[in-house]
Design a protein around this ligand. Structure first.
Ligand SMILES: Nc1ncnc2c1ncn2[C@@H]1O[C@H](COP(=O)(O)OP(=O)(O)OP(=O)(O)O)[C@@H](O)[C@H]1O
Ligand SMILES: [Mg+2]
Length: 228
Protein backbone atom coordinates (compact mmCIF):
# COMPACT_ATOMS: atom_id res chain seq x y z
CA UNK A 1 0.00 0.00 0.00
CA UNK A 2 1.02 3.61 -0.48
CA UNK A 3 1.64 5.73 2.65
CA UNK A 4 -1.53 6.75 4.53
CA UNK A 5 -4.00 6.42 1.67
CA UNK A 6 -2.01 8.32 -0.92
CA UNK A 7 -2.79 7.64 -4.56
CA UNK A 8 0.71 7.96 -5.93
CA UNK A 9 3.89 7.71 -3.88
CA UNK A 10 7.59 7.57 -4.58
CA UNK A 11 10.35 6.56 -2.19
CA UNK A 12 14.12 6.78 -2.56
CA UNK A 13 14.17 7.81 -6.21
CA UNK A 14 17.60 8.00 -7.80
CA UNK A 15 18.18 8.92 -11.42
CA UNK A 16 21.37 10.02 -13.17
CA UNK A 17 21.93 11.02 -16.78
CA UNK A 18 25.46 9.79 -17.34
CA UNK A 19 27.58 11.56 -14.73
CA UNK A 20 24.82 14.07 -13.94
CA UNK A 21 22.66 13.20 -10.92
CA UNK A 22 19.08 14.37 -11.45
CA UNK A 23 17.40 12.74 -8.43
CA UNK A 24 19.19 11.60 -5.30
CA UNK A 25 16.70 9.97 -2.97
CA UNK A 26 13.55 11.95 -3.79
CA UNK A 27 10.35 11.20 -1.84
CA UNK A 28 6.89 12.23 -2.94
CA UNK A 29 3.24 11.43 -2.39
CA UNK A 30 -0.11 12.80 -3.46
CA UNK A 31 -3.67 12.01 -2.32
CA UNK A 32 -6.76 11.73 -4.52
CA UNK A 33 -8.09 15.20 -5.31
CA UNK A 34 -4.97 16.94 -4.00
CA UNK A 35 -3.10 19.58 -6.00
CA UNK A 36 0.64 19.54 -5.25
CA UNK A 37 2.99 22.18 -6.64
CA UNK A 38 6.54 21.01 -7.28
CA UNK A 39 8.90 23.99 -7.13
CA UNK A 40 12.64 24.55 -7.12
CA UNK A 41 15.50 26.02 -9.14
CA UNK A 42 16.18 25.18 -12.77
CA UNK A 43 18.00 21.86 -13.11
CA UNK A 44 17.00 20.69 -9.60
CA UNK A 45 15.19 17.60 -10.90
CA UNK A 46 11.52 18.69 -11.05
CA UNK A 47 10.80 17.38 -14.55
CA UNK A 48 12.74 14.19 -13.87
CA UNK A 49 10.65 13.63 -10.74
CA UNK A 50 7.44 14.19 -12.69
CA UNK A 51 8.57 11.83 -15.46
CA UNK A 52 9.46 9.12 -12.93
CA UNK A 53 6.10 9.53 -11.15
CA UNK A 54 4.27 9.26 -14.47
CA UNK A 55 6.20 6.18 -15.55
CA UNK A 56 7.75 7.97 -18.54
CA UNK A 57 11.28 7.65 -17.13
CA UNK A 58 12.41 4.60 -15.18
CA UNK A 59 14.47 5.62 -12.12
CA UNK A 60 17.83 3.90 -11.52
CA UNK A 61 16.55 2.88 -8.10
CA UNK A 62 13.62 3.59 -5.82
CA UNK A 63 9.94 2.78 -6.04
CA UNK A 64 6.88 4.48 -7.46
CA UNK A 65 3.55 3.08 -6.30
CA UNK A 66 0.22 3.88 -7.86
CA UNK A 67 -2.58 2.50 -5.65
CA UNK A 68 -1.82 -1.19 -5.24
CA UNK A 69 0.52 -1.32 -8.23
CA UNK A 70 4.27 -0.81 -8.27
CA UNK A 71 4.81 1.31 -11.36
CA UNK A 72 8.55 0.77 -11.34
CA UNK A 73 8.04 -2.99 -11.71
CA UNK A 74 5.68 -2.85 -14.69
CA UNK A 75 6.78 -3.50 -18.27
CA UNK A 76 6.90 -0.62 -20.76
CA UNK A 77 3.66 -1.85 -22.35
CA UNK A 78 1.89 -2.04 -18.99
CA UNK A 79 3.08 1.44 -18.05
CA UNK A 80 1.90 2.95 -21.34
CA UNK A 81 -1.51 1.33 -20.89
CA UNK A 82 -1.71 2.69 -17.36
CA UNK A 83 -0.68 6.17 -18.53
CA UNK A 84 -3.35 6.16 -21.23
CA UNK A 85 -6.17 5.10 -18.93
CA UNK A 86 -5.28 6.75 -15.61
CA UNK A 87 -3.05 9.78 -16.26
CA UNK A 88 -3.39 13.08 -18.11
CA UNK A 89 -0.54 15.36 -19.20
CA UNK A 90 -0.13 19.08 -19.85
CA UNK A 91 3.25 20.45 -20.93
CA UNK A 92 4.63 23.96 -21.28
CA UNK A 93 3.95 24.12 -24.99
CA UNK A 94 0.69 22.19 -25.51
CA UNK A 95 2.30 19.57 -27.76
CA UNK A 96 -0.88 19.20 -29.73
CA UNK A 97 -0.83 17.21 -32.96
CA UNK A 98 -0.48 19.92 -35.65
CA UNK A 99 -2.32 17.98 -38.37
CA UNK A 100 -5.47 17.49 -36.29
CA UNK A 101 -8.09 20.09 -35.38
CA UNK A 102 -8.27 21.14 -31.74
CA UNK A 103 -11.45 19.08 -31.35
CA UNK A 104 -9.73 16.01 -32.80
CA UNK A 105 -6.75 16.63 -30.51
CA UNK A 106 -8.98 16.56 -27.44
CA UNK A 107 -10.84 13.48 -28.71
CA UNK A 108 -7.57 11.65 -29.44
CA UNK A 109 -6.94 10.10 -25.99
CA UNK A 110 -10.50 8.74 -26.01
CA UNK A 111 -10.03 7.35 -29.52
CA UNK A 112 -6.77 5.69 -28.40
CA UNK A 113 -8.73 4.09 -25.55
CA UNK A 114 -11.12 2.62 -28.12
CA UNK A 115 -14.05 5.08 -28.01
CA UNK A 116 -15.92 5.64 -31.29
CA UNK A 117 -15.51 8.95 -33.08
CA UNK A 118 -18.97 10.46 -32.41
CA UNK A 119 -19.11 10.00 -28.64
CA UNK A 120 -15.42 10.90 -28.36
CA UNK A 121 -15.93 14.18 -30.21
CA UNK A 122 -19.10 14.97 -28.27
CA UNK A 123 -17.19 14.60 -25.01
CA UNK A 124 -14.25 16.55 -26.42
CA UNK A 125 -16.64 19.39 -27.30
CA UNK A 126 -17.97 19.45 -23.73
CA UNK A 127 -14.41 19.85 -22.41
CA UNK A 128 -13.64 22.61 -24.90
CA UNK A 129 -16.75 24.38 -23.60
CA UNK A 130 -15.61 23.96 -20.02
CA UNK A 131 -12.23 25.39 -20.88
CA UNK A 132 -13.97 28.31 -22.64
CA UNK A 133 -12.33 27.60 -25.96
CA UNK A 134 -15.08 26.27 -28.26
CA UNK A 135 -13.97 28.75 -30.94
CA UNK A 136 -10.86 26.63 -31.43
CA UNK A 137 -12.73 23.38 -32.16
CA UNK A 138 -12.42 23.40 -35.95
CA UNK A 139 -9.01 25.10 -36.05
CA UNK A 140 -5.62 23.48 -36.10
CA UNK A 141 -3.21 24.20 -33.22
CA UNK A 142 -1.15 26.47 -35.51
CA UNK A 143 -4.20 28.71 -35.97
CA UNK A 144 -4.94 29.44 -32.29
CA UNK A 145 -3.22 31.63 -29.68
CA UNK A 146 -0.86 30.29 -27.01
CA UNK A 147 -3.52 30.68 -24.33
CA UNK A 148 -6.14 28.93 -26.43
CA UNK A 149 -3.71 26.14 -27.24
CA UNK A 150 -3.01 25.59 -23.53
CA UNK A 151 -6.73 25.41 -22.79
CA UNK A 152 -7.06 22.81 -25.53
CA UNK A 153 -4.13 20.92 -23.98
CA UNK A 154 -5.83 21.02 -20.56
CA UNK A 155 -9.08 19.76 -22.12
CA UNK A 156 -7.14 16.92 -23.72
CA UNK A 157 -5.51 16.04 -20.38
CA UNK A 158 -8.86 15.94 -18.57
CA UNK A 159 -11.14 14.38 -21.19
CA UNK A 160 -10.46 10.82 -20.02
CA UNK A 161 -11.20 11.84 -16.38
CA UNK A 162 -7.72 10.75 -15.31
CA UNK A 163 -6.93 9.96 -11.67
CA UNK A 164 -3.71 11.99 -11.86
CA UNK A 165 -2.94 15.03 -14.00
CA UNK A 166 0.75 15.83 -14.52
CA UNK A 167 1.48 19.39 -15.57
CA UNK A 168 5.02 20.62 -16.28
CA UNK A 169 5.09 24.43 -16.42
CA UNK A 170 1.59 24.48 -17.96
CA UNK A 171 1.44 28.27 -17.91
CA UNK A 172 5.13 28.89 -18.60
CA UNK A 173 4.48 30.26 -22.08
CA UNK A 174 1.43 32.34 -21.15
CA UNK A 175 0.95 35.91 -19.93
CA UNK A 176 -0.15 36.12 -16.31
CA UNK A 177 -3.86 36.72 -17.02
CA UNK A 178 -4.12 33.70 -19.31
CA UNK A 179 -1.97 31.68 -16.95
CA UNK A 180 -4.24 32.41 -13.99
CA UNK A 181 -7.35 31.46 -15.93
CA UNK A 182 -5.81 28.19 -17.16
CA UNK A 183 -4.82 27.36 -13.57
CA UNK A 184 -8.33 28.17 -12.30
CA UNK A 185 -9.94 25.96 -14.91
CA UNK A 186 -7.44 23.13 -14.43
CA UNK A 187 -7.70 23.03 -10.64
CA UNK A 188 -11.51 23.46 -10.65
CA UNK A 189 -11.96 20.57 -13.05
CA UNK A 190 -9.48 18.41 -11.14
CA UNK A 191 -11.18 19.08 -7.80
CA UNK A 192 -14.57 18.26 -9.28
CA UNK A 193 -13.39 14.94 -10.69
CA UNK A 194 -11.21 14.19 -7.62
CA UNK A 195 -8.14 13.93 -9.82
CA UNK A 196 -4.79 14.50 -8.15
CA UNK A 197 -2.61 17.15 -9.80
CA UNK A 198 1.18 17.16 -9.82
CA UNK A 199 2.11 20.62 -11.01
CA UNK A 200 5.67 21.71 -11.76
CA UNK A 201 6.03 25.48 -11.72
CA UNK A 202 8.50 28.29 -11.18
CA UNK A 203 5.81 30.79 -10.36
CA UNK A 204 4.53 31.47 -6.86
CA UNK A 205 1.27 32.76 -8.38
CA UNK A 206 0.69 29.39 -9.98
CA UNK A 207 1.72 27.49 -6.85
CA UNK A 208 -0.94 29.48 -4.98
CA UNK A 209 -3.53 27.22 -6.64
CA UNK A 210 -2.08 24.16 -4.92
CA UNK A 211 -2.95 22.53 -1.60
CA UNK A 212 0.67 21.78 -0.81
CA UNK A 213 4.15 22.63 -2.05
CA UNK A 214 7.08 20.32 -2.50
CA UNK A 215 10.49 21.91 -3.03
CA UNK A 216 13.08 20.07 -5.11
CA UNK A 217 16.68 21.07 -4.55
CA UNK A 218 19.67 19.21 -5.97
CA UNK A 219 17.59 16.14 -6.71
CA UNK A 220 15.99 15.91 -3.28
CA UNK A 221 12.27 16.59 -2.82
CA UNK A 222 11.15 18.13 0.45
CA UNK A 223 7.55 18.44 1.55
CA UNK A 224 6.82 21.95 2.80
CA UNK A 225 3.93 20.79 5.03
CA UNK A 226 4.58 22.04 8.51
CA UNK A 227 7.52 24.17 7.43
CA UNK A 228 7.07 27.83 8.31
N1 LIG B 1 17.63 13.77 -20.99
C1 LIG B 1 18.63 14.25 -20.23
N2 LIG B 1 19.92 14.01 -20.55
C2 LIG B 1 20.94 14.46 -19.79
N3 LIG B 1 20.76 15.19 -18.67
C3 LIG B 1 19.50 15.48 -18.31
C4 LIG B 1 18.37 15.04 -19.07
N4 LIG B 1 17.25 15.48 -18.45
C5 LIG B 1 17.66 16.16 -17.37
N5 LIG B 1 19.00 16.16 -17.27
C6 LIG B 1 19.80 16.80 -16.19
O1 LIG B 1 19.27 16.37 -14.95
C7 LIG B 1 19.17 17.46 -14.02
C8 LIG B 1 17.72 17.66 -13.61
O2 LIG B 1 16.98 18.09 -14.77
P1 LIG B 1 15.43 18.40 -14.77
O3 LIG B 1 15.02 18.57 -16.18
O4 LIG B 1 14.73 17.36 -13.99
O5 LIG B 1 15.38 19.78 -13.98
P2 LIG B 1 14.18 20.81 -13.77
O6 LIG B 1 14.13 21.06 -12.30
O7 LIG B 1 12.96 20.31 -14.43
O8 LIG B 1 14.73 22.12 -14.49
P3 LIG B 1 13.90 23.30 -15.27
O9 LIG B 1 13.26 24.11 -14.20
O10 LIG B 1 14.97 24.04 -15.98
O11 LIG B 1 12.92 22.63 -16.19
C9 LIG B 1 19.81 18.63 -14.73
O12 LIG B 1 21.16 18.70 -14.35
C10 LIG B 1 19.68 18.30 -16.19
O13 LIG B 1 20.70 18.92 -16.92
MG1 LIG C 1 11.80 21.02 -16.03
Amino acid sequence: MTPSGSLLAATGLHKAYGPTPALVGAEFSVHPGEVVAVMGPSGSGKSTLLHCLAGIVRPDSGTVRYGARVLTELSDTERSALRRSEFGFVFQFGRLVPELTCLENVALPLRLNGMKRKPAEALAREWLERLEVTDAAAKRPGQVSGGQGQRVAVARALVTTPRVVFADEPTGALDSLNGERVMQLLTEAARETRAAVVLVTHEARVAAYSDREVIVRDGIARDMAGVA
